[in-house]
Design a protein around this ligand. Structure first.
Ligand code: ARG
Length: 592
């Protein structure tokens, strides 16, 4: 389907041409002055110099040509040279009926289909997911859904942290607690047990204990460093423990991501990039990209135009150990080799901005990616508590994501039961669905790069710019549709053939216009990797719908064709809201 702005733009361009001007001047945008008009064209101002004519005169000539155009209800030339346009109700209804028969609600599919890897999640094995990982998961999932809907070939990769000192710390702590395990017996040559020597909750206690000790106990720390190195050099026992850690952790992480409705096509880990490191290091040396600096191997990435110092990208430490940098560069090599993406997007805490600048520059300079390969850092801000400080539990500890979700579920259930009587099982499921909308929308409605305050009362409210408000609006529409079907004896399939008639009232027209803005919002969200644009759009649409709803008697409308038109408009609104929340990563219940 063509975009409404392009369609109107065609008429206006035609008119510029007929009036003797360049048709390029006929570009139409949404109005800056909704009190005066719905759309506007500023082409007469742009053309004034070229045609040595007062812009208002050009605008008047074009307006005259447009007079009588079926698509437009009114065209006005306004000082100093604007064209103020209003769409005709008939044309709008035609467009909306077109949207009704389009499974994509008018959103065009990309002509230039790209392969895009989205690196999000970024959880570390052996550590519980905490709220810091929430944003990456929620934003990454939405960005992936938006790009996929726009027709791109998207691959989400969780890129688990499984390779650093944290592994050595766990191995060392385990050795102390259970020294008799066969993994620590260098002479052991048999098969290791298939069962892990710890459960997930035991594992989650081992890491903090070990981490604390390594800060106080020098000997412990050097043991852990040694274990890390042994793991990295393929020591059998260390590898076997690491494999146990992965199995136990990944099962738990999958459960957590599932409960957030977040999924990944790839469950790659930092360790998967390690086999690419030796060849990468050789290549960087041989091609002269890397040089030694105080024993460390580095690649200079500073550029002349830099306004602040960008330190070199370190590839190997002076002891030969690789780093987070090295892993990310090797991961780029792996991704290029296996998937050849056109674009890689990293959804990571914005405090890693400088780090990714170094990595990207190094990848480009050393030609690890092709010239046209896009690398994007989508950095997000911190999720804070009401006190404006990073979100904590009530007693000041690190909040586990699981607990945060459980808290919001509970709050939602309380609200739902307070609202009306409900079957307890159904209410629980509804609470889960609505709670997820509260968490995700609360996050996504803010521009990703900004810090935001996680405010449970606000996020779970059924009023205002919240997920539950959008869902409440959808549930309201669903209930009207259900009643209509009951009363009319029609089926869901019959709804498809109902026609939207030209709008009679102002709120009905505004709702229609708002529906036509779905496609540009999604396109913009895709270009800018900005889910908050979709939130803003859905909020506006829900408001327009509720205004229309409060002003209109829908089911008691006496004229059958008019009632059916309202129902068709409602079902389109529901469809667009539903598609919109799916792009944000949540769904709506039947009632709430
Ligand atoms: N595991 C890292 C962390 O918790 C995030 C990984 C981000 N992605 C990447 N390719 N570096 O900080």
């Amino acid at each position: 389907m063509e975009q409404i702005l392009d369609l109107i733009g065609n008429y206006v361009s035609e008119a510029f041409e007929l009036a003797g001007y360049d048709r390029e001047l006929g570009k139409v945008t949404l109005s800056n002055r909704p009190d005066l008009c719905e759309y506007q064209c500023n082409g007469a101002m742009a053309g004034a110099k070229r045609y040595h004519k007062a812009p208002i005169l050009i605008a008047q000539e074009v307006a005259q040509v447009l007079d009588g155009c079926d698509a437009l209800e009114s065209v006005e030339a306004a000082a100093p040279g604007f064209l103020n346009l209003k769409l005709s109700a008939g044309y709008l209804a035609g467009y909306l009926n077109g949207m009704r028969t389009d499974a994509r609600f008018g959103v065009p599919e990309a002509e230039d289909r790209k392969k895009i890897i989205i690196d999000y999640g970024g959880a570390n094995v052996a550590k519980p997911l905490h709220v810091g990982h929430l944003r990456s998961a929620v934003i990454g999932e939405s960005v992936k859904r938006i790009l996929r809907f726009l027709g791109h070939d998207t691959i989400g990769d969780v890129h688990l942290g499984d390779w650093g000192l944290q592994m050595g710390l766990i191995i060392t702590q385990l050795k102390e607690e259970q020294p008799d395990l066969p993994y620590f017996d260098e002479s052991y040559e048999g098969e290791y047990p298939a069962e892990a020597p710890f459960t997930i909750s035991e594992l989650e206690q081992i890491y903090p204990k070990a981490s604390k000790r390594s800060k106080e106990d020098e000997a412990f720390r050097s043991e852990a460093l040694k274990a890390t190195e042994q793991l990295q050099h393929g020591n059998r026992g260390c590898r076997a423990i690491w494999q146990h850690i992965l199995n136990v952790s990944i099962a738990d992480l999958k459960k957590n991501y599932d409960s957030l409705d977040v999924s990944f096509e790839l469950w790659k880990k930092e360790s998967d990039a390690q086999p690419y490191i030796p060849a990468l290091v050789d290549y960087l040396k041989k091609e002269g990209y890397a040089h030694l600096d105080q024993g460390a191997l580095v690649v200079d990435v500073a550029e002349e135009s830099d306004t602040k110092k960008i330190p070199p990208c370190m590839i190997l430490k002076s002891d030969g150990a690789s780093l987070y940098n090295t892993t990310d560069l090797a991961t780029i090599v792996m991704r290029m080799e296996k998937w050849k993406p056109d674009h890689i997007i990293y959804v990571v805490d914005k405090r890693q901005d400088l780090y990714f600048t170094q990595v990207f520059r190094c990848a480009r300079k050393a030609k690890l990616v092709e010239e046209g390969t896009q690398l994007t850092f989508l950095g997000f801000g911190t999720m804070n508590g009401k006190d404006g400080k990073p979100f904590k539990t009530r007693d000041g500890g690190v909040m586990r994501l699981e607990n945060l979700i459980a808290d919001i579920n509970e709050e939602m259930l309380r609200k739902i039961l307070e609202n009306h009587e409900a079957d307890p099982e159904e209410a629980k499921e509804t609470a889960r669905v609505v709670a997820l909308s509260a968490i995700k929308y609360g996050d996504l409605s803010n521009q990703a790069s900004k810090d935001y305050i996680f405010d449970t009362d606000k996020f779970t409210s059924f009023e205002g710019n919240t997920g539950p408000y959008i869902l409440y609006t959808m549930v309201r529409i669903k209930s009207i549709l259900r009643r209509f079907l009951e009363e009319s004896g029609k089926t869901m399939e019959d709804l498809g053939s109902l026609q939207i008639l030209p709008s009679a009232g102002a709120s009905e027209k505004s709702l229609g216009l708002s529906l036509t803005a779905f496609a540009p919002s999604v396109l913009q969200a895709g270009t800018e990797l900005a889910p908050h644009k979709i939130c803003g759009y859905l909020y506006e649409l829900a408001n327009q719908f509720n205004r229309f709803y409060h002003e209109t008697k829908i089911l008691s409308e006496p004229l059958a064709a008019q009632k059916e038109s309202y129902i068709a408009l409602l079902s389109l609104t529901l469809g667009v809201l539903g598609q919109g929340i799916d792009l944000l990563g949540f769904s709506a219940p039947e009632r709430m």
